[in-house]
Write a protein that binds this ligand. Structure first.
Ligand SMILES: *Cc1c(COP(=O)(O)O)cnc(C)c1O
Length: 411
């Protein structure tokens, strides 16, 4: 089934981070009650987070770049095989750091998918760059590599692919285009940590890549992120820009006896208190991914035939991808049916939510030159996609309730 609808929703705002109103509840599950509300997201607590935070406080390491930050960075570097991982205050800030490192400026253009979170583009808009919005592929909803050549100009400096739902973009094609035109790739890997494309970790393809540890992501510390530096030539400057333009990181390692202001920069260092929480998640990352893998496959096993018979599309994961199990979505035949299903599920206490409103149609995107119809696949996905409740602690009974409700839905 193709994404062809031209019906459009009003541009209400961003929806990547559901507030309580559209389905996210904080904290652990309320006890019992089969009829309780099933949120779209619930922050996952794996067990040792509070202990690690207690430890960071009791040893007096509450600022950044101390033992828990180093442990998180070392773990990520080891698993991913990346030359350097630097924790940051958010994925948004890691993207800003990437834009600074690449020295993106007002004469430059950056290609981003329209179907993404605002920060993917905004980090480069902050540097004065011109954003060229690319449409997405109808199957994976990832940036359409076949449209990129037509967006490249002599001013193009970077492409920012987003591995939507943790399913890898066509990195072979993207890397070939980037090499040919000598432009950089910055992977916005907010969804894709621990996913793979052709057996290689997502987040290790771009010159730079960014991770998010926001509470809506697979691995979280509430608010946080990381910059993955895959080209070692950027490591030293990345450390400086992240530390207010100073070489404080080298000072901390005892490599110099005083630190000073060397470059532009800002304050992107994560507190060790949050890194302690994050470590409680990262140390069990395989268990987290296994929980999410099971939830994803349970939805898929129960819903795929039902959907197929009704012209409803389930996620497509190409053979070359090992997905990161970030979400499960349905693409309904029309916006109207999608809204009806949201309302129907809500009547059964189930919070399912739509996703990105295309950036090129947002008020800011239109000021940047976006026009209705420019990215038709993004527009259709935005109108018709529905994300189902998906979080680490989603228990089989609750998931069964979601599946039963969907199968009871008639249109
Ligand atoms: C969540 C998200 C971000 C922003 O992450 P923060 O850590 O909240 O700044 C950026 N890009 C994508 C694709 C995201 O999903």
């Amino acid at each position: 089934m193709l994404l062809g609808s031209t019906a459009r929703l009003p541009l209400a705002g961003m929806t990547d981070k559901p507030a309580t109103a559209n389905g996210s509840v904080p904290g652990p599950a309320p006890a019992g009650a089969a009829a309780s509300t099933i949120p779209f997201n619930r922050s996952g607590i794996e067990g040792q987070e509070a202990q690690h935070i207690g430890q960071s406080v009791s040893i007096g390491q509450i600022a950044g770049d101390q033992s828990y930050s180093r442990k998180c960075q070392a773990l990520l570097e080891e698993v991913l095989g990346a030359p350097k991982v630097l924790l940051a205050t958010s994925c948004t800030h890691a993207l800003e750091l990437a834009a600074l490192l690449l020295e993106i400026g007002p004469d430059d253009e950056v290609i981003v998918p329209s179907f993404t979170f605002v920060s993917t583009a905004n980090a480069f808009v902050l540097r004065g760059a011109r954003i060229r919005f690319a449409d997405i592929r109808p199957d994976t909803l990832n940036i359409d590599e076949n449209q990129i050549e037509s967006l490249i100009s002599p001013r193009t400096r970077a492409i920012v692919p987003v591995h939507y739902a943790g399913v890898g973009c066509e990195m072979d094609a993207l890397l070939a285009i980037a090499r040919q035109h000598r432009i950089s790739i910055v992977e916005d890997n907010a969804h894709g940590l621990f996913g793979k494309y052709r057996q290689r970790w997502l987040g290790t393809f771009g010159t730079l890549a960014t991770q998010s540890f926001h509470e809506t992501k697979n691995i979280t510390c509430g608010e946080g992120g990381a910059l993955v530096v895959n080209d070692p030539a950027f490591i030293e400057r990345a450390e400086i820009l992240r530390e207010k333009g100073t070489n404080r990181s080298r000072f901390f390692r005892g490599q110099i006896d005083k630190y000073s202001w060397l470059d532009i920069g800002s304050s992107y260092v994560m507190s060790d208190v949050l890194a302690a929480f994050l470590y409680g998640q990262l140390e069990v990352w395989q268990q987290i991914q296994e929980k999410r893998r099971r939830i994803w496959h349970h939805y898929d096993a129960e819903l795929r035939d039902w959907a197929l018979a009704r012209d409803i599309r389930c996620p497509i994961v190409p053979d070359v991808c090992e997905q990161a199990y970030h979400m499960y979505y349905l693409i309904l035949p029309s916006s109207k049916i999608r809204q009806a299903l949201i309302a129907f599920l809500k009547s059964r206490g189930i919070m399912a939510v739509f996703h990105y409103l295309p950036l090129h149609l947002s008020p800011m995107g239109q000021r940047l030159g976006g026009r209705p119809g420019a990215c038709p696949v993004s527009e259709a996905a935005s109108d018709r996609l529905l994300r189902l409740p998906f979080f680490n602690s989603l228990d089989p009974a609750s998931q069964g309730r979601v599946i039963d409700a969907i199968c009871d839905f008639e249109f």
